[in-house]
Every structure is written in structure tokens, then in C-alpha cells.
Design a protein around this ligand. Structure first.
Ligand code: ADP
Length: 498
């Protein structure tokens, strides 16, 4: 295999034999229990390094550090100072971008082809939040009180934030959470996913290099049921920002009740992607394929329910299946690789379970349908890009989130019917419409119950545009002013000026 980047060897050498530590305040420390866990490359099974396993006691220490900083010097940081920290961080991320991509690929498998292509979006996301730091404002309000009163609504940081992130996009997920926290003036305890803690830890080093005061960012890698659960339940955490599965989201919502925390929860999806016969098929074929095969389907808004109008169903499904068959699946470090492995043995078991179930329930694999095991594939967690045809709405593969490279192709005949079926899901995160009739697209977009509707596009994200869910895909929005607002409190000031 050819490696595309000289950064790879350097990163591997840096990791070899190490046990990564937790960041609490300004110090890198071992877990109080002394325990650590392995992190491995999902493409090869090779051990990358060990990581200190934080648990409840470490979370408590991290929350105390975040609280002390929030109540202390951080309060006096002006918006322009917070902006400067983020601008500095953006420069450092830009300068170290290749290394960060290598870490993402080694730890969770994403092809570097994909992450390197996102350079501009990732860096400009931090710069976007830097601009937001200087745009926070409350409002003055005219009142009808007897006497003379000045009334206004102030915006203040919500406080100490617990950020619990998933493994599917460690670089982007971590940066978004750090950037919004700093923009809003909060402090943070970050719990990376146990499957992919390396990029968040490297980003924490860059934050310190950027001049973040001690305690603004604390990082406690560890397991969900211990470190994550403590953070979600912690009485001194003011808000939890969570991205992950809806099962875990429900647990976090329950855990947060103890001190009535603020919450934003960005959960799973089973997003419809509707292809009309009048679509530009040259664009719709790769668009529909990559709506799912991107990141091996490990994307919460993946367009996995592909509704195709009857007159083009056979042709369209055949073309998407052909696209899947031609994809270069392999180690994400290889510049030719278009789709990498799944993140873990657990995820492999889950996805292959759905592949089996789909076929048992009557779907036919027009492409893929199984694990890849030839040669080098045997060492990793590879699954072939799969297009299931003859899928009906009631099949398990059309109802449950798979989080793998699996498209369920479903036929439809007319608009009202497809809108109703697209909305017939517990989720409401992403959705897509492919048509050259803009008027039709606009009308349908208004009827889809999902946080995002893409028209003639999919998975296109911009830092200024809100992203989030309806229904069991969660609540709260990432991106845009809506995101910053999730990290702010509103305080009324009523001042008697008589
Ligand atoms: P997945 O099932 O795809 O791994 P999860 O939603 O379980 O996704 O994981 C997302 C994040 O939530 C990870 O950082 C994980 O450690 C964390 N997590 C898992 N269980 C809990 C829990 N009970 N409380 C808090 N965090 C958790």
C-alpha cells in the first residue's frame, strides 16, 4: 500500500508504546484508577497506543477545574480575547491539518481522501465561531411598568459544559464543540468516544498551544457507562452537549434530570432520499450513493432510505449498485481509498447483522451484502458498499439506523404517498430531494419533517447553517447563531431608574 503522507510515519512513531493522558486544568495526568485501554487501527487491527481510562473520579476533578476557571479568570475574558484564541486555534489546526487527518484515519478508519478534502470547511468552521464570539448580544425591552424602569435581556454563558462526542468524525465533532464553548464563554469537559480518542487529545494540545487558559478545556477519555454517565449526571455541570445514538441520548436525558441541566442532543437518523424521474441522473446517482457510502455510512444523516420513482427505479438502482461495486474500499491511508473500514468489531457485527436480516426479510443485494474478507481485508472491519433492492417500508433495514454502507432502495409512485412514507419514521434528521422541478422540490421540502432538507445535494454542511433533528433525532441545533444560543443563558435586568 502506498502511504500518501509523510505525516503518517511520524504519527505512528509518536504513538508507539505510549499511554495517552487526561487533560485536567493545565496538567496531563494519569487516570486515578491507573487503568488504561487500547486503541487500535480498524483497517489492520494493529495497536496504536493505550489511553488513560478516566472514570467518575477523573470526571469530578475535571468538572472542578472547569468550574474554577469559569468562576475565575475566564469570566473576565473579553469577546475579542476569546475570538483571538479561536483564530489562533484555527491557524494551528490549519498548520497541523495533515497530522490530524492521519489520526482520524488511524483511529476510526475514515479515508484521508475525505478528510483532506474537508480542510477548508473544518478550518473555516473555527473561524466562523471566532466571529460569533464578538457577535453575542442581548436586547433592551420597552416596558409598561409604573414608574421609571430600564429593562433588558442579557446573554451570559451557560457555565460548565459536558461535551460527549461520538467516534464517527472525531476532528470535526471535537472542534465544533470546543469552538462554540469558547465563543459563548463557557468552560468544558470533553469525553471523547472510546473508539477514537486520539484526535481530540491532539486537539487539546493545540488548544493549550493557542493559549487557552488552564481549565477552559479538560479532556477525559473513558467509557460511556462510567466517565460519560458521570458527566451526564454531574450536579455541577450546567449543560450537556451530546452527539451519538438515540439509545444513549435517552440515557443522557434521564441522567440530566438530577440537576435539570440544559441539553442539546444530536441523535441518529433514518433519512429519506427521494429521487424523482425528472432528476439529473448524472448527479443523482453519485449523490445518492455518497449520501450513504461517505464515511462507510457512519454518518447520522446518511440518506439510507432511497425512494425512487417507479419509472426509473430499475435503471437507477442498477446504476447506484454499479457505483458501489466500483468503489475502492481499503485502508484510509491509501490516497486511492474511497471507503474505509467500519470503526470496530462491534460495529461490524451490528452491520453484518442487518445485512443478514435484510436478506432474510426478502431484500436482494444488488451490490455488496456481506463483509469483505479477502487478503488484507481479513485484518480489518470491512463491509462492501451495499444496495438492497425490493425493500419495503416495513422491513427492519428500512426502519432502523444501521450506521453502515447500506442503502435500502424503495419504489414510489406519487408525491403525497412518498412524503407520507418519508415522514413515517421515529427520526427526522436529514433528507434529500432530487428533481429538476424547483417548485416541486420547494413544496415537498416544506412537508418533510426533518432538520435538514437537501435539494440536488446531500451531506453539504456550512458552519453558519443550523443542523439538528426533529423527533427522536434530538433537539438543539449545531451551526449558526442557533448553536451559540444553546450555550447561553438569558438574564432579565429590571432596573428602577427613579
Ligand atoms: P455508538 O453506539 O455509536 O458507539 P453512543 O451513542 O453509544 O454511540 O456513543 C456516543 C458517545 O456517548 C461516546 O462518547 C460514548 O462513550 C458515550 N456514551 C455511551 N453511553 C453513555 C452513557 N450511558 N452516558 C453518557 N455517555 C455515554
Amino acid at each position: 500500500m502506498t502511504t500518501m503522507n509523510p505525516a503518517v510515519e511520524k504519527v505512528l512513531n509518536n504513538l508507539e508504546g505510549k499511554t495517552m493522558k487526561l487533560l485536567i486544568g493545565s496538567k496531563w495526568v494519569e487516570a486515578q484508577s491507573g487503568r488504561s485501554f487500547e486503541t487500535r487501527n480498524p483497517a489492520t487491527g494493529e495497536l496504536l497506543c493505550r489511553v488513560a481510562e478516566g472514570d467518575a473520579a477523573d470526571v469530578d476533578a475535571a468538572v472542578a477545574a472547569a468550574r474554577q476557571t469559569f468562576e475565575g479568570p475566564w469570566r473576565n475574558f473579553k469577546p475579542n480575547q476569546r475570538q483571538n484564541l479561536l483564530l489562533k486555534l484555527a491557524d494551528l489546526v490549519e498548520a497541523n491539518y495533515d497530522e490530524l487527518c492521519v489520526l482520524d484515519t488511524l483511529d476510526m478508519g475514515v479515508p484521508m481522501r475525505r478528510t483532506l478534502g474537508n480542510r477548508h470547511r473544518v478550518v473555516s468552521t473555527i473561524r466562523y465561531y471566532a466571529s460569533q464570539a464578538m457577535s453575542i448580544h442581548g436586547e433592551t425591552i420597552e416596558n409598561s411598568l409604573d414608574g421609571e424602569f430600564f429593562t433588558c435581556a442579557l446573554k451570559e454563558p451557560v457555565g460548565v459544559v459536558g461535551a460527549i462526542i461520538p467516534w464517527n468524525s472525531p476532528l470535526y465533532q471535537t472542534l465544533k464543540k470546543i469552538a462554540v464553548c469558547v465563543a459563548a464563554g463557557c468552560t468544558m469537559v470533553l469525553k471523547p468516544a472510546e473508539e477514537a480518542p486520539l484526535t481530540p487529545l491532539r486537539l487539546a494540545e493545540l488548544c493549550l498551544e493557542a493559549g487557552f487558559p488552564p481549565g477552559v478545556l479538560n479532556v477525559v477519555p473513558g467509557f460511556g457507562s462510567t466517565a460519560g454517565a458521570r458527566l451526564a449526571a454531574h450536579p455541577d455541570v450546567d449543560k450537556v452537549a451530546f452527539t451519538g445514538s438515540h439509545f444513549t441520548g435517552q440515557k443522557i436525558i434521564q441522567a440530566s434530570a438530577g440537576n435539570v441541566k440544559r441539553l442539546s442532543v444530536e441523535l441518529g437518523g433514518k433519512s429519506p432520499n427521494i429521487i424523482f424521474a425528472d432528476a439529473d441522473l448524472e448527479k443523482a446517482v453519485p449523490g445518492a450513493a455518497m449520501a450513504v457510502f461517505n464515511n462507510a455510512g457512519q454518518i447520522c444523516c446518511a440518506g439510507t432510505r432511497m425512494y425512487v420513482e417507479r419509472s426509473i427505479y430499475d435503471e437507477f438502482v442498477a446504476r447506484v449498485a454499479e457505483f458501489g461495486k466500483r468503489m475502492r474500499v481499503g485502508n484510509g491511508l491509501d490516497p486511492e481509498t474511497e471507503m474505509g473500514p467500519l470503526v470496530s468489531a462491534n460495529q461490524l457485527e451490528r452491520v453484518t447483522g442487518y445485512l443478514k436480516r435484510g436478506q432474510e426479510e426478502g431484500a436482494t443485494a444488488a451490490s455488496g451484502g456481506s463483509r469483505l474478507t479477502d487478503g488484507e481485508y481479513a485484518k480489518g472491519f470491512f463491509v462492501a458498499p451495499t444496495v438492497f433492492t425490493n425493500v419495503t417500508d416495513n422491513m427492519t433495514i428500512a426502519r432502523e439506523e444501521i450506521f453502515g454502507p447500506v442503502i435500502s432502495a424503495i419504489v414510489f409512485d406519487e408525491i403525497d404517498d412518498v412524503v407520507k412514507r418519508a415522514n413515517d419514521t421515529i427520526f427526522g434528521l436529514g433528507s434529500g430531494i432530487w428533481t429538476t422541478d424547483v417548485s416541486k422540490a420547494h413544496k415537498i421540502a416544506r412537508r418533510i419533517r426533518a432538520g435538514t432538507v437537501w435539494v440536488n445535494a446531500y451531506n453539504v454542511l456550512d458552519p453558519a447553517v443550523p443542523f439538528g433533528g426533529y423527533k427522536m433525532s434530538g433537539y438543539g441545533r449545531e451551526g449558526g447563531i442557533h448553536h451559540v444560543d444553546e450555550f447561553l443563558q438569558t438574564k432579565a435586568l429590571i432596573l428602577n431608574t427613579d
